[in-house]
Write a protein that binds this ligand. Structure first.
Ligand SMILES: *Cc1c(COP(=O)(O)O)cnc(C)c1O
Length: 222
């Protein structure tokens, strides 16, 4: 299926989800996750008008970014090893997987301008999932204050892969509660207005629960 066709269907579904809960359509941004696909397919995404691109592997992302002449806004959505930071720091506009102080320290060391970060939270508690436990979130946020170039724009989570997407709702709802708690601290380094949650199988639910960035791979480019 052409990206444009997939996109038309997804746009309709996003519109419906927004309407169900009284949200503005423009409060939700699509990130096209291109990690599975060719440069040509990624280019098709940009040409269809989706300008936010998500990648989860450092080398592949840098290669693709060069192939696309650095067009678009790039989101790093995978586990980020500290030693890879210097390779990707100038390519990505957002890091969705800040989950430890050692990574913050490395980002601070390599960055030449403020770095937009989402803190990844392991809401589901699955041992296979990255992210900090919800109980550690507020102290983690406060500790990040000492890294002057780290800006906490929001929180990110990955829900368990459920056959029935409805089962993910409590995970998204909890991330929203946590986001509001961080936002309420009114810390200058952590405005925390954004929620990166929802993938191909559950983005409708995530939007109903407040997602501002949805990360779509298979349903958009697959
Ligand atoms: C691969 C990936 C996605 C996209 O998954 P789909 O189910 O293909 O939409 C979203 N978020 C993260 C963190 C991923 O690794």
């Amino acid at each position: 299926m052409a990206v444009r066709q997939n996109l038309a269907r997804i746009q309709q579904e996003i519109k419906s989800a927004c309407e169900r809960v009284g949200r503005e359509r423009n409060s939700v941004t699509i990130i096209a996750v291109t990690k599975y696909v060719s440069d040509e397919r990624a280019l098709e995404v940009l040409e269809a008008g989706v300008t936010n691109i998500g990648e989860n592997r450092a080398e592949e992302a840098v290669r693709k970014w060069n192939a696309l002449n650095g067009k678009g806004t790039w989101h790093f959505i995978g586990t980020l090893q500290s030693r890879k930071v210097k390779e990707i720091i100038d390519v990505f506009d957002y890091i969705h997987s800040l989950d430890r102080l050692s990574l913050a320290k490395e980002l601070q060391k390599r960055a030449t301008k403020p770095v937009n970060c989402f803190i990844q939270v392991n809401v589901s508690g699955e041992t296979s999932k990255a992210g900090i436990p919800p109980t550690d979130l507020l102290s983690f946020v406060k500790e990040l204050e000492r890294y002057s170039l780290i800006k906490i724009v929001g929180l990110m989570t990955m829900a368990p892969n459920e056959e029935n997407p409805e089962a993910t709702r409590p995970i998204f709802r909890e991330l929203k509660v946590l986001q509001e708690q961080v936002h309420a601290l009114q810390l200058p380094h952590a405005p925390c207005n954004e929620l990166s949650m929802g993938m191909s199988n559950d983005f409708h639910i995530a939007i109903e629960e407040g997602a501002t960035f949805v990360r779509l791979g298979t349903s958009l480019v697959g």
